[in-house]
Design a protein around this ligand. Structure first.
Ligand code: PEP
Ligand code: MN
Length: 354
């Protein structure tokens, strides 16, 4: 980041909560939900004015007129208001309506041309901007969007994790792949990071568990879609909760401290460090054996990858994971990394690169 990052949200020790409907639909709907959310003390109010829809013919947002409703929300309930911008025209109209916070949607973050145009439209303007992850799991693209904005002089930046799109039937609408936002936080710790459980879940029943998961992973807060009559919402009806349900979700959250100085934690950490060291030693030992097999394969003219052997190993690991009550998918993922490193090393031997 070329320009320093300035805090968007005051530190209160409590998670930041952005809430509001997926889309602003009518003045009554916006005011009704904002009134209830304001009474519950949310940090900011969200509502989409321009909606990026997968297919034409769906509700594509109320457009410019809705900005005036958001202005009313700020004036009547003293709530900062946020909306999504995807083009320089949106930026211009949102700024003219004194919107407090802008966010860049997942589809827009995917497109560097679009992000650059938005960044250029924001040059010289001091407004907080939250950047959602791109729909595809590409951390560099997410960081690239933040850099484009920061290079244009936007210093009040934050991020929103809304999960990553994938094909086929699945539990989540967008898979959380927590390792990606966590790596972003490691690389840019100064940026506040929110989790959008609504777009990850795609259904309201999972929102509570995702909010808790986000807090446990040290996210700074959440942005949740809320509507007084979710079942009648013009967009994302399945994933919105009523303000009352939102309060129940927030009240149930367990807040854990990220302070690291407790003695008993330190004791467990020492054990973990020792086990990690042991794992590294075992992996190194495994690689050594694997390189020896590589020498043998070279000598005998065998292919490096032998599918039947890989299949057998995966089956054996499934038995082990059941025995140790480990999650088979997680074990498979770990093994895939170890196995591909093994293959990489053998390829170097077979091709005389070592
Ligand atoms: C939204 O927040 O309403 C939205 C469109 O989100 P996303 O860009 O994450 O799909
Ligand atoms: Mn939505």
């Amino acid at each position: 980041m070329n320009n320093d990052i300035i805090e968007i949200f005051e530190k209160s020790g409590r998670p930041i909560v952005g809430a509001g409907p997926c889309s602003a639909e009518s003045e009554e709907q916006v005011m009704e939900v904002a009134r209830e959310l304001a009474a519950q003390g949310v940090t900011f109010f969200r509502a989409g004015i321009w909606k990026p829809r997968t297919k034409p013919g769906c509700f594509e947002g109320i457009g410019r007129v809705g900005l005036q409703w958001l202005r009313r929300v700020r004036e009547e309930f003293a709530l900062p208001v946020a909306t999504e911008v995807a083009t320089p025209e949106h930026v211009e109209q949102a700024l003219a309506a004194d919107i407090d916070i802008l966010w860049i949607g997942a589809r827009t973050t995917t497109n560097p041309f679009a992000v650059q145009e938005i960044a250029d439209a924001l040059r010289g303007v001091d407004i907080p901007v939250l950047v959602k992850n791109p729909v595809n799991p590409d951390l560099e693209l997410w960081i690239g969007a933040l850099e484009r904005l920061n290079n244009a002089g936007v210093t009040r930046l934050g991020t929103i994790h809304r999960g990553f799109s994938s094909y086929g039937e699945k539990i989540f609408r967008n898979s959380p792949q927590w390792q990606i936002p966590l790596e972003l936080k490691r690389r840019l710790p100064q940026l506040p990071m929110l989790c959008d459980p609504s777009h990850i879940a795609g259904k309201r029943e999972l929102i509570s568990i995702l909010c808790q998961e986000a807090l446990d992973l040290n996210f700074d807060g959440v942005m949740v879609e809320s509507h007084c009559h979710p079942e009648c919402a013009l967009s994302d009806a399945r994933q919105q909760v009523t303000p009352k349900q939102l309060t129940e979700i927030l009240e149930k959250l367990v807040h854990r401290s990220s302070q690291t100085d407790a003695d008993d934690i330190a004791r467990f950490r020492t054990q973990l460090d020792r086990i990690d060291g042991e794992l590294m030693r075992l992996i190194a030992e495994r690689m050594e054996v694997s390189r020896e097999i590589g020498e043998l394969k070279k000598e005998k003219g065998l292919t490096v990858f032998q599918p039947y052997r890989y299949k057998e190993t995966v089956e054996r690991l499934a038995e082990h994971s059941a025995l140790h009550c480990l999650d088979n998918d997680a074990v498979k993922e770990i093994f895939e990394v170890i196995h591909s490193e093994s293959i990489r090393q053998q390829l170097r031997i077979v091709n005389n690169l070592d």
